[in-house]
Design a binder for this molecule. Structure first.
Ligand SMILES: Cc1ncc(C[n+]2csc(CCOP(=O)(O)OP(=O)(O)O)c2C)c(N)n1
Length: 635
């Protein structure tokens, strides 16, 4: 059988394929997605689940004239295959290859860059408004998952779209899963629609009511029986959406591609905002992915044998150590409450959720709400720990400033994925947290140098009750140090001298401490003496320790996996400036002022000079330049 997919280099090519052959194209797309993701890793489950939907959209609509807007974007691998990127698909998520998410500068078919959830409705509505201003008449289609539908901005978009009445289609891709099982009242409502429970409940209510009316009750019931079918038609399943100004269609089977094509053709030219509710299964078509939608949301490469779990690494993941430590502390302190925004597993909190369901809250993809909700808990004397990835907490900046810090509420923030995350790229790097948190008054910020220090910081964070406090740590495994049997409480705002040096001293944050220790070793082999200070706290700065270092050491190098702008280095620089120290002795190494693309963390570090080699090289340059200028400084 010749491959149909090989003939498709654009949506126009797809349209040449007869409708009845679309299931075969779907099958070939699935095979290609699995083949490539098994090598590159990636968001397998969502993309497999959206294959038929993607095909049907491109078959019926006319992209790029018609605008397709993906939410989150992790389901868009099929879209990439159909829009001229089939041959590059092999390079998915690889450095200089195509991105794992829609990206405007990658393709004209990618109408809106994405990676964070719940943006599609707002972006699509903006495009619809622009279209109308320009007097054009193309179609706008937003595809949003039921998980992303729990996000505040999605509700804001719906609220605005229902009143603007622009022609646009929102396709709700409902697979009942966020990354974990979806949560919340909206999710429950969608389940009621899909299980027919709304109709059944209203029917029962009417029935009961008619029976209650004296005398006419019996007759009315007979009448009701006759009009039962009409009631069915009268009671629209998506009544909430109808009330909000949308025309609701569905729910429809999202894996019957021919039926989807017919449905889309039917509703394509209707006016006003339309919501099509499509039911899909995450991981569809692959047994192991269907069975374990959570595990197959995002997978590492699993070359050859699908379903094989990656081999166990020796050092535990930072996330895992966090999860264990908080659980241990929570067993002794009933006021500890854990909050996640739709990521109980990925934040290491699933065990907490299982053991303390009453003290655990998954609020959905609702980072802003999570933070203010924690504020409410803190006001009442509980100890809320909000665990949100660095990149997603960006969403809640005002809540951190206005609701938490301004009132000095002891909310504990735990930011996983601080620093570069690798293949997910710029939408997911935790490149800015030290900057955006650093400027908030009263907020204590710390970062552990390894997994053992992480457990001490978890304990410090929970113990601290003078105001808000945050800890950020990197993605992935710790560095393999032994874990102390008991976590201890660290003194707030105090760094740690790991080694002393005469030519230079590194003051490093979190993951950069290990890099600096290696760099110091490399410098040692070249006859230079470099010491390492583990900053531990980004805020408050340990100015006492800094001043000590500044009194006797010639060169000072700050190293952090955060934007140089507004990060740790810039706080140290300000300290030098404000206290009259010579700033030429300082060099700051960190993430430059640009968005860092995708690639392995190692490749990205290499690019921006964050490896031990490049840190040593920059240090050498500084030390030598200073020696030339001032004469020999060491010894
Ligand atoms: C603001 C934000 N918070 C958290 C995430 C992490 N995240 C990625 S996908 C996802 C679940 C999305 O579920 P859904 O929209 O239903 O898509 P599905 O994966 O089920 O296709 C979450 C929570 C994110 N991308 N953006």
């Amino acid at each position: 059988m010749s491959k149909l997919l090989e003939r498709i280099n654009s949506p126009a090519d797809l349209k040449k394929i007869p409708e009845k052959k679309l299931p075969q194209v779907a099958q070939e797309m699935r095979e290609e997605i699995i083949r490539v993701v098994s090598k590159t890793g990636g968001h397998l489950g969502a993309s497999l689940g959206a294959v038929e939907l993607t095909l049907a959209i491109h078959y019926v609509f006319d992209a790029p004239k018609d605008r397709i807007v993906w939410d989150v974007g992790h389901q868009a691998y099929g879209h990439k295959l159909l829009t001229g990127r089939r041959e590059q698909f092999e390079t998915l998520r690889r450095k200089d290859g195509i991105s794992g998410f829609p990206k405007r500068d990658e393709s004209i078919y990618d109408t809106f860059g994405v990676g964070h959830a719940s943006t599609a409705i707002s972006a699509a509505l903006g495009m619809a408004a622009a279209r109308d201003i320009a007097g054009e008449d193309h179609k706008i289609i937003a595809v949003i998952g039921d998980g992303a539908f729990t996000g505040g901005i999605a509700f804001e978009g719906i609220n605005n779209a229902g009143i603007l009445k622009k022609n646009m289609l929102i396709i709700l891709n409902d697979n009942k899963m966020s990354i974990s099982r979806n949560v919340g009242a909206m999710s429950k409502y969608l389940t009621m629609i899909t299980s027919g429970k709304i109709y059944n409940r209203i029917e029962a209510d009417v029935w009961e009511l008619l029976g209650l009316i004296p005398k006419v009750g019996g007759k009315a019931r007979k009448l009701a029986r006759r009009i039962k079918e009409s009631i069915k038609n009268l009671i629209v399943p998506g009544i909430i959406f109808e009330e909000l100004g949308f025309r609701y269609f569905g729910p429809v089977d999202g894996h019957n591609v021919e039926f989807l094509v017919e449905t889309l053709k039917d509703i394509k030219n209707l006016n006003g905002p339309i919501l099509l509710h499509v039911l899909t299964q995450k991981g569809k078509g692959v047994e192991f992915a269907e069975k374990d939608a959570l595990c197959c949301h995002g997978v590492s490469s699993f070359d050859k044998v699908p379903g094989d779990k990656p081999s166990k690494k020796k050092a535990p993941a930072y996330t895992e150590v966090f999860g264990k430590t908080i659980l241990d502390i929570a067993s002794r302190d009933a006021s500890v409450i854990a909050i996640t925004a739709a990521m109980p597993d990925n934040t290491g909190l699933q065990a907490f959720a299982d053991i303390y369901p009453d003290r655990f809250f998954d609020v959905g993809i609702a980072e802003q709400h999570a933070v203010t909700f924690a504020g409410g808990l803190a006001v009442e004397g509980l100890k809320p720990v909000v665990a949100i990835y660095s990149t997603f907490l960006q969403r809640a900046f005002d809540q951190i400033v206005h609701d938490i810090a301004l009132q000095n509420l002891p909310v504990r923030f735990v930011l996983d994925r601080g620093g570069l995350v690798g293949e997910d790229g710029p939408t997911h790097h935790g490149a800015f947290d030290l900057s955006y948190l650093g400027l908030v008054p009263k907020l204590v910020i710390m970062s552990p140098k390894d997994e053992n220090e992480l457990q001490h910081m978890v304990s410090t964070l929970i113990d601290y009750s003078n105001g808000p406090i945050a800890m950020r740590f990197p993605r992935g495994s710790g560095i393999g140090v032994p874990l102390d049997s008991k976590p201890k409480i660290l003194p707030i705002g105090k760094g740690e001298v790991l080694s002393e040096g005469k030519d230079a001293v590194f003051v490093a944050v979190g993951s950069s401490v290990a890099v600096c220790e290696q760099a110091a070793g490399l410098l040692g082999t070249k006859g230079f003496s470099a010491g390492v200070v583990n900053a531990r706290f980004i805020k408050p700065l340990d100015t006492e320790l800094l001043d000590e270092v500044l009194q006797c050491e010639p060169a000072l190098i700050t190293v952090e996996e955060n934007s140089l702008i507004g990060g740790f280095g810039s706080s140290v620089l300000q300290h030098l400036v404000h206290h009259g120290f010579d700033t030429s002795r300082l060099r700051s190494i960190g993430i430059p002022d640009r968005f860092i693309e995708h690639g392995t963390v190692g490749e990205l570090w290499q690019d921006i000079g964050l490896t031990a080699d490049s840190v040593a090289k920059s240090t050498l340059e500084l030390v030598q330049a200073r020696k030339q200028f001032y004469g020999p400084l060491a010894g």
